[in-house]
Design a protein around this ligand. Structure first.
Ligand SMILES: *[C@@H]1O[C@H](CO)[C@@H](O)[C@H](O)[C@H]1NC(C)=O
Ligand SMILES: *[C@@H]1O[C@H](CO)[C@@H](O)[C@H](O)[C@H]1NC(C)=O
Ligand SMILES: *[C@@H]1O[C@H](CO)[C@@H](O)[C@H](O)[C@H]1NC(C)=O
Length: 461
């Protein structure tokens, strides 16, 4: 009796101990969140007003004039302040076929391990034959008719290929190395671009060969085979994103210079070039010849075709909280003291005319480095008086869909009791939803393949 009482009491004490631990844990978590929230609020209070106070180094009276002098090699009273290119150089240049005019450079930011995504792009919207087909439509005036913004010189040697597509890839970082296991099946080729994967599978890890070296070897093979990789001497990490984008811009300004437009995109994008070119041909009236209703959108005026800088324009506040789903974008007041960023577009898809690319290249020497590439471009645009042009047909979406067009809907209606019924909804089909879409972000490889199949099936690409 006495014994079992003691046992019960012991157990009770144990449970009490555990409960205490859980409660303490919850309280601590709550406290940390509260403090983070509080510090975030304080930071917001201390922010400077963007509209009235914005100034970003190098701040001079006439920034565009300074950059113009720098570009022309004329005397400039300041030394460059950004050592963006002092160390990094190009490791490998994609093959030399930059000799001839290109209507568009397509620069895709990709991480070393994303072979699968690159192969899916090579077999869908980046397929050489698809790009040739589009080039042909332009050459024969079947795509755009008034063609003053989009045309191919008559004496062009290779009218079939006016696009140049490259992947921008950095050095394999340890961060990258850690992710290798998670995505180990990422090199399965898609839609018939599988031979490379096969030959890679033959090169099994040997003793003494690290995964990093394995990945490096794969990349060399891939580069030799497709000749579409621009390798950059900067660690491939999220914090180096700005280096990557700017190295692409440098490559376009120094190496592959005979082009008209440049498209910078992520490797989880879908692009419809037919629509993109129609948009470039007449940005203000895409897609139906009428100006877009722009109540909520800060739509820029395109005064000059040479100054096209377009995508989905955002006007957002910096993130001050260190904890939570947006924490990777956290900024301290020292890093960025203002309550808004200049208007910018997510670098997931940005299209620029050549002059804008060069403006950014030269301006980057005189603009203090900023960690987020898209905001960095936005800051330079602001300083150079380049007005970002917003088009709502550039979609930034999450993989799980939300309100984005073209997310394949379920074929069956499902009811709460578990019964199903064919979904004969009269809502738009995927193909109809995608009709005018220029760019769509947030697709994994399988989603991209599905979408591409659906669109090619209906001849909408
Ligand atoms: C290119 O065009 C040809 C002829 O119109 C067509 O048969 C082929 O499927 C197209 N290829 C791609 C990859 O779009
Ligand atoms: C790139 O990122 C790494 C760590 O993420 C950092 O050490 C390095 O300084 C960054 N810059 C360059 C140019 O590699
Ligand atoms: C039915 O299909 C439409 C699009 O065709 C989709 O938007 C809707 O969510 C689907 N409904 C259900 C209940 O699955």
């Amino acid at each position: 009796m006495n014994f079992s009482m003691r046992r019960m009491r012991a157990r009770f004490t144990l449970i009490k101990g555990k409960a205490k631990l859980v409660v303490t844990f919850i309280l601590c978590t709550a406290l940390v969140l509260l403090v983070d929230h509080f510090l975030g609020l304080i930071a917001v209070i201390l922010e400077k007003d963007f509209e009235s106070d914005f100034s970003y180094p190098l701040d001079v009276d006439n920034f565009p004039a300074l950059i113009e002098n720098f570009r022309n090699g004329d005397p400039v009273e300041f030394e460059p302040i950004n050592r963006l290119y002092s160390r990094p150089k190009f490791l490998e240049k994609a093959d030399s076929s930059c000799d001839e005019f290109k209507l568009m450079l397509i620069m895709i930011k990709s991480a070393p391990r994303n072979l699968k995504r690159r192969n899916v792009i090579r077999s869908t919207w980046g397929h050489p034959q698809y790009l040739k087909n589009i080039s042909n439509l332009i050459r024969t005036n079947k795509l755009v008719t008034s063609s003053n913004r989009i045309s191919i010189p008559k004496n062009h040697q290779e009218p079939n290929a006016v696009f140049k597509l490259v992947f921008l890839i950095g050095l394999i970082s340890d961060e990258e190395n850690d992710k290798l296991d998670v995505d180990s099946n990422d090199d399965d080729g898609a839609l018939g671009v599988g031979e490379l994967s096969k030959s890679l599978k033959d090169t099994l890890p040997q003793d003494g060969v690290t995964e990093k070296q394995q990945l490096e070897k794969k990349l060399r093979l891939e580069s030799t085979r497709y000749k579409d990789i621009v390798r950059i001497d900067t660690l491939d990490s999220y914090s180096n994103n700005t280096f990557k984008t700017m190295m692409g811009i440098r490559w376009a300004s120094e190496v592959c210079t005979d082009f008209e437009y440049a498209l910078v995109v992520d490797d989880d994008m879908f692009i419809n070039f037919r629509n993109l070119l129609l948009f470039i041909e007449s940005p203000a009236t895409y897609p139906d010849g009428e100006a877009e209703d722009s109540d909520s959108e800060p739509v820029g005026q395109i005064v000059d075709a040479n100054r096209l800088f377009a995508g989905k324009v955002l006007f957002t506040k910096p993130i001050r909280q260190r904890i939570g789903s947006y924490s990777k974008w956290h900024l301290s007041l020292e890093e960025y003291p203002y309550n808004y960023f200049p208007r910018y577009m997510p670098a997931a898809a940005v299209v620029m005319s050549k002059q804008v690319v060069e403006d950014f290249y030269y301006a980057s020497y005189y603009t203090k480095h900023f960690r987020f590439d898209d905001v960095f471009l936005g800051i330079m645009a602001y300083k150079m008086n380049i007005i970002p042009f917003s088009c709502s047909y550039f979609y930034v979406c999450h993989t799980d869909g939300g309100k984005c067009p073209g997310n394949i809907p379920p074929k069956k209606k499902r009811f709460i009791d578990g019964s199903e019924e064919d979904n004969n909804s009269e809502e738009l089909t995927v193909v109809e939803q995608m009709e005018h879409v220029i760019a769509k972000h947030g697709l994994n490889s399988d989603q991209l393949i599905d979408l591409w199949r659906e669109l090619t099936l209906f001849g909408r690409i």
